[in-house]
Design a protein around this ligand. Structure first.
Ligand SMILES: Cc1cc2nc3c(=O)[nH]c(=O)nc-3n(C[C@H](O)[C@H](O)[C@H](O)COP(=O)(O)OP(=O)(O)OC[C@H]3O[C@@H](n4cnc5c(N)ncnc54)[C@H](O)[C@@H]3O)c2cc1C
Length: 671
């Protein structure tokens, strides 16, 4: 291969490890990466823990064990190349458990304690200073750790000192393809070309290619053993509790983590997250309570629906995927580098087949074998369904014919937040707060939209409304009803976010964007809706825009980074049902983000119909609130939403022009 034989997108842990491996095999490599600092490789704990993580037997365990075995040689090669220490420490991992049925997060556990391989006495002598409640545990001597930040620094230096072309600050915006081959990349620094391309963009992979990789946020913190403590590092091993791990570094730092949060790319540490980590850590190892806090941070693990990585050949012949390493990317870096380099050189290891992206393709899909690759810049869909195996073209297999089980995992994820109900409701027009409350319960809705302006001004029917709802159970969807232009809607959205915070939903960044200048038909203004959406996305909102069923507008909103699109079925409150099914079907067909049919639904049959078309969710307010019995109607709408969804997943029979007898025509009695 000539210069820039291979172009790697993403220079995190995985991209850099692959780059170095390929370079050592004589391949000319370019790495384009947007931001070194955002890489999960820097945020991790650095545990190399296939045993403590209890990875079950199978290809994933093989992959992890092969990688663990490579570690000593891999890091020593890196250390020799750079003169930097990687902090690799084969210290083993101790997994203590607490007495009295208390798990390390302070939650009671039922049933007897597990059989221990270490007695209380043994574990306390293995690690002095453990909490008095620790009554036993396990020791995993083969597990190890590496100082992942030191490792990242060493990798970066090794890459920079070789003639690998590492370009930091370059954002790849899209892959262009023709006839099953990637032709070039569009980047913030112009178009780039190579013979072969590797996707290694971690949690952001879904922004560039249709791979099911979602961010899972993890919050972390560290303390430092104070000077004069007597020992530089009193912890001899990693402590692996039920919901906490404590990772000592030999130079005196102690790292603690980590939360697992489905909140999209929501930044920041939160008091709740840090408090949980600290409480659990102190219960496990009380001396920590007096150590000075040094730092807190967060990162985004690249997670996939089955929590296994996506490795190997991609949907184009010159494209390789190396992403979705979720919580084991540090462990898996050496083996990923080795196997991916071999695959690019034409020697694919058979183990890779278990990690192919194809496992997520619907089994009897009629879609082309090469998924469409975006050739234009587009932002990440920040709301996705994670039930891809049961999506449009997949029907339940024999083992999932039981509707109760086939729907069990059928969840809706909006901006990283999971919902089990696909029916959203509203608070307007109910005869009483009690009727509203009971109707919500009957409908099983988990998302309720609230008009920010009306609540703020205590408009008639809205007095005390915000306080009347149990916001611990119901997710607020503040809406910008009453706004007639983009500027107003943006202002009200910001107020809505504050309102949600005041009512205890600190992390709620949702807004249902309504820009409605038309008082007669209440039709939304497409231009100002797009304008407001673009601004609100930039401000970190998860935007759910209410639109007319215009497929092109829906696409533009998706590209702007909206969390959903919410096409109307017919004018708000009209009860006319779905008057624009053809357009809604086009929106559904084109969308990579969920489509929520909003407005116009008057009866449960119309709700079921919208779901049968393939809508991901519905928003129904007037038909429930103004029904003679809003509680019963809430229940009916909830049932219809479920029925429509199940019918959609089950695959309707094709329409035919002529009859087709349902009883066999052969073997009948003729006389
Ligand atoms: C809190 C936390 C704790 C963890 N603990 C452990 C652990 O103890 N053990 C373990 O094995 N693993 C752990 N992990 C997981 C591990 O960190 C990840 O699996 C691994 O870092 C993923 O590496 P990556 O290179 O795929 O992604 P990253 O390291 O995230 O790198 C991706 C890079 O791609 C770049 N990029 C993204 N989009 C673009 C674009 N469009 N154009 C150009 N560049 C782009 C980003 O800027 C980033 O630099 C942890 C992760 C977290 C968050």
């Amino acid at each position: 291969m000539g210069r820039s034989d291979v172009l790697i997108v993403g220079g995190g842990l995985i991209g850099l490890a692959i780059a170095l491996e390929l370079h050592q095999q004589g391949v000319q490599v370019t790495v384009l990466t947007r931001d070194f600092e955002e890489a999960a490789g820097l945020a991790a704990a650095g545990m190399l823990a296939p045993s403590a993580e209890q990875i079950p037997r199978g290809p994933m365990q093989d992959l992890c064990l092969r990688s663990l075995a490579l570690y000593p040689t891999w890091v020593s090669k890196l250390e020799n190349l750079t003169g930097l220490n990687s902090g690799y420490w084969p210290c083993g991992i101790l997994a203590p458990y607490l007495a009295g049925g208390l798990a390390t997060d302070g939650l009671a556990t039922d049933g007897p304690l597990p059989e221990s391989s270490l007695s209380a006495q043994a574990i306390h002598s293995y690690q002095p200073g453990l909490g008095a409640g620790v009554v036993g545990g396990y020791f995993y001597p083969e597990d190890a750790q590496v100082d992942n930040r030191a490792l990242m620094k060493a990798l970066q230096l090794a890459v920079q000192e070789s003639d690998i072309d590492l370009q930091i600050g370059v954002s790849v915006e899209g892959f262009a393809q023709q006839q099953g081959k990637v032709t070039h990349l569009r980047t913030s620094a112009g178009d780039r070309q190579a013979a072969h391309y590797i996707l290694a963009t971690g949690a952001w992979s879904g922004e560039l290619l249709p791979v099911p990789v979602l961010p899972r946020k993890g919050q972390m913190l560290s303390v430092r053993v104070p000077a004069g403590y007597g020992q530089r590092q009193p912890l001899r091993r990693v402590l692996f509790g039920e919901k906490i791990y404590i990772v000592p570094r030999q130079e005196g730092r102690i790292v603690m983590g980590a939360t697992v949060e489905d909140v999209g790319f929501m930044p920041h540490n939160t008091p709740a997250g840090i408090a949980r980590l600290l409480n659990a850590a102190i219960a496990l190892y009380p001396p920590l309570q007096n150590f000075p806090i040094e730092e807190q941070w967060w990162g985004f693990r690249p997670s996939t629906p089955d929590e296994l990585p996506i490795l190997g050949a991609g949907p184009c012949e010159n494209l390789t995927l190396a992403t979705g390493h979720y919580r084991n990317g540090v462990l898996l870096a050496p083996i990923t580098a080795k196997l991916i380099a071999a695959q690019v050189q034409g020697n694919a290891d058979p183990l890779l087949s278990a990690f192919s992206y194809q496992r997520f393709r619907p089994s009897n899909s009629h879609s082309p074998s090469v998924p469409a690759i975006p050739t234009t810049t587009h932002s990440a869909p920040n709301m996705q369904l994670i039930d891809t195996p049961l999506s449009a073209t997949t029907y339940p297999t024999d083992s999932s014919l039981d509707p109760s089980t086939s729907n069990a995992k059928d969840v809706l994820v909006i901006a990283g937040k999971t919902f089990h109900s696909r029916l959203m409701t509203g608070t307007g027009k109910f005869s009483s707060l009690e009727a509203m409350r009971q109707s919500f319960a009957a409908s099983e809705s988990q998302i309720v939209t609230v008009a920010v302006r009306r609540v703020q001004t205590n408009a008639p029917g809205h007095e005390g409304l915000a306080e009347a709802i149990d916001w611990q159970k119901i997710w607020m969807l503040p809406n910008t009803a009453g706004c007639t232009n983009a500027e107003e809607a943006i202002r009200v959205a910001r107020l809505g976010r504050e309102m949600a915070k005041l009512l205890g939903q600190e992390d709620n960044n949702f807004v249902k964007l309504e820009v409605i200048p038309d008082a007669k038909y209440l039709l939304p203004d497409p231009i100002d809706t797009l304008k407001a959406a673009e601004q609100l996305v930039k401000e970190g909102f998860a935007v759910l825009p209410y639109i007319n069923a215009d497929p092109l507008l829906a696409k533009r909103l998706e590209e702007a980074g909206c969390a959903t699109v919410m096409p109307l079925g017919s004018p708000i409150g009209s009860g006319q049902g779905i008057r624009n099914a053809a357009n809604i079907e086009i929106i559904i067909e084109n969308a990579n983000i969920p489509v929520v049919v909003d407005a116009g639904i008057g009866t449960p049959s119309e709700a079921a119909y919208a779901m049968e078309l393939g809508a991901d969710a519905l928003l129904v307010n007037s038909a429930i609130a103004l029904a003679k019995n809003p509680v019963a109607m809430g229940k009916a709408m909830g049932m219809a939403t479920k029925a429509g969804r199940l019918a959609y997943q089950s695959g309707r029979i094709p329409r035919k022009a002529y009859a087709s007898a349902s009883s066999p025509m052969t073997g009948t009695i003729n006389s």
